[in-house]
Write a protein that binds this ligand. Structure first.
Ligand code: AMP
Ligand code: MG
Length: 410
């Protein structure tokens, strides 16, 4: 993916990404939210544990608690009390004695082991132990999950359902999070109609907003949908101004390829600082990025595959930085490609692939077939990108390639 192989006049994918990441500013506003409302928000503070989890040594089984040394003298111990979850045994368990104990109940003083109830014989107050475990058996130690004072979660982590469980188990009722981003979505094109409408000659159904909104939902941003805007100077300008007033980021699709880019380009230059780039990337050559007075602007290509891939690989990475979320770590693997792939040097290629396990048990990847930048069906069949670096030419079946697994946003 290095610069030196890029076609002259095209900006490398990596350069474009780093330009964008340099220019976007993370939000600074934070708020305190009850944990039940905090899922998917980005943490604005480190969370250290105010207590050990579990808070006290407790039983992992329903059974009998005793001191391990008691059993060395005698197999039968005298039952002297019970410890229930939430109602611990109050006294001390002496040598020769045992305590009935339930899962989660505090280990009584004087006890260091628990035997499960299936391994004892009960005769009124006499409990005979049939097996011998190691000392400490069936006890969950205080702090074995999380120690007091330990940093359990960090600023920048996106709160998951599991994190909520951790926060609750620490007794933390609210957390400091960053506010959500607001993103405006605009589709441009005279030929676009919404599903449900009747198509006139030359028209097509608009699909980018549906894909992008659903991906933005997964990113947990507020979306302002500006719908379809005609290729009209005044209409586009009004939409861009309104979007810029309301949103942290404005995303448009269409109208950035040479020929019909004129309106967007002129208007954006009037309103802010815009770079139109031709990226050394396939799909997705035309791409615009820049600053509007109050927001950042991402101008995606109109072709559905190009719009999706440039959004996923570029805009989404910049948006996560704006959210203060940890940098995306995408999983890549080196695997054998089982068919030939067309490719000419000069652009990094994000082809669509199907990663699978072959009969020998090895990971291999196959192409989804035709890779046209308008062919969404090629993405629907895929579960990974086959990422072919700029300098790479065609791939012959049997060669190793890098695949990037689809992440949670697709
Ligand atoms: P453009 O970037 O506006 O030149 O559009 C490139 C191609 O993508 C054209 O074939 C458009 O009709 C198509 N296209 C543009 N926007 C959309 C959209 N929102 N949904 C589906 N196709 C689109
Ligand atoms: Mg267009």
């Amino acid at each position: 993916m290095s610069d030196c192989y890029a076609v002259p006049g095209l900006l490398s994918f990596e350069q474009a990404l780093s330009n964008m990441l340099e220019q976007v500013r993370p939000v600074t506003e934070t708020m305190s939210l009850p944990i039940e409302q905090a899922v998917k928000y980005v943490l604005a503070e480190d969370i250290t544990s105010p207590l050990p989890v579990p808070p006290h040594d407790n039983s992992a089984m329903d059974g009998y608690a005793f001191s391990f040394t008691s059993l060395a003298a005698h197999r039968t111990l005298t039952l002297v009390g019970r410890s229930m979850a939430g109602a611990p045994f109050q006294g001390e368990c002496k040598p020769g004695e045992c305590i009935r104990i339930m899962t989660g109940a505090t280990i009584p003083q004087g006890c260091d082991s628990v035997e499960m109830q299936e391994n004892v014989v009960i005769n009124v107050q006499d409990i005979t132990f049939l097996t011998t475990n190691a000392p400490g058996a069936n006890i969950r130690k205080a702090g074995e999950d999380i120690q007091q004072g330990q940093t359990v979660l960090q600023r920048g982590q996106t709160i998951t359902p599991v994190y909520l469980g951790i926060l609750a188990s620490l007794g933390i009722a609210s957390v400091k999070v960053y506010r959500q981003l607001t993103v405006a979505l605009i589709a441009t094109g005279d030929e676009l109609k919404s599903p449900g409408q009747v198509l006139a000659a030359g028209e097509i159904y608009e699909s980018n907003r549906f894909v992008l909104s659903a991906m933005l939902e997964k990113l947990h941003v507020n979306i302002i949908d500006f719908g379809i805007i005609a290729d009209d100077y005044e209409a586009i300008k009004a939409a861009f101004i309104s979007a810029d007033h309301q949103a942290d980021a404005v995303i448009s699709s269409g109208g950035v390829s040479v020929g019909d880019a004129d309106y967007s380009k002129t208007i954006l230059a009037e309103l802010g600082e815009i770079s139109f780039w031709k990226l050394a990337m396939k799909p997705g050559k035309p791409f615009a990025f820049g600053q509007l007075p109050n927001s950042v602007f991402f101008g995606l290509p109109g072709n559905p595959v190009s719009a999706l891939v440039t959004f996923h690989q570029l805009a989404l990475v910049a948006l996560t930085k704006m959210q203060n979320a940890d940098h995306l770590k995408r999983t890549t693997l080196q695997v054998t490609c089982i068919n030939d792939l067309k490719k000419s040097p000069g652009r990094v290629d994000f082809q669509r692939g199907v990663l699978m396990v072959n009969e020998a048990g090895d990971n291999v990847v196959s192409s989804t077939g035709a890779q046209g930048s308008g062919m969404l069906s090629s993405l629907a069949r895929a579960n990974c990108y086959i990422v072919l670096p700029s300098e790479q030419g065609k791939v012959i079946a049997g060669e190793q390639v890098t695949v990037q697994l689809f992440d949670q946003y697709l």
